[in-house]
Design a protein around this ligand. Sequence first.
Ligand code: FPP
Length: 225
Amino acid sequence: MQQSALQPPAHLAIIMDGNGRWAEQRDQPRAAGHRAGARIMRDVVSHCAQRGVQQLTLYAFSSDNWKRPAPEVHALLALFTTHFRTHATELARSGIRLTVIGRRDRLPLLLRAAIREAERRTEAGRTMHLRVAIDYSSRAAIAHTQGDGDTAAEHTPLLPAVDLLLRTGGERRLSDFLLWECAYAELHFIDTLWPDMTVTHLDDAFADFARRDRRFGCLPDRASA
Ligand code: FPP
């Protein structure tokens, strides 16, 4: 099925990769790259809502990211806490509902409280559903549905199908993100590092998505006549 040029993906998922390299290129600590990434994230969220994306799922911290050096992990968790505290009102005003997916039991109490409060303040949002994945593992989410998980995974549900998966930063892999949900996702990889991402990149990805011939296992349109 050829997509309409005006139709954005209903469910967009993004792997926001390249913050560390962006900072290193500027001789700055990696945390500076994450702060720059958070600023771009705000623009991307609001642009997606304006374009009519219904669900936006962002990969902020994988369960494997705990293996990074402690200072970087702490900087990221503190950044998430500040971000949720600071931006919940703005999200609510824009009709954006925020939920966080992933394990919560390993997160600092302050971050857990900030998440709960931001979710509560935005729960009436109907313009777009923004999900941020923190301490998230898709394999753990799938295992949980098989009764193989524990209560630690209660915030790791399987999500509606992803229509477009975008990854910045030049790598071409899924890195344990939404493996089940991406069964028929269109994949779009760009070399741009996340903090250099612009709304033009996003519109280019939507235009590329609109040109994709999505068949979901059926025959091409021309063969069905
Ligand atoms: C991957 O880049 C990015 C992350 C592990 C963190 C993503 C976080 C943000 C974009 C910050 C904003 C998020 C919220 C929820 C406020 P990398 O560090 O692996 O980059 P590299 O591949 O260049 O090393």
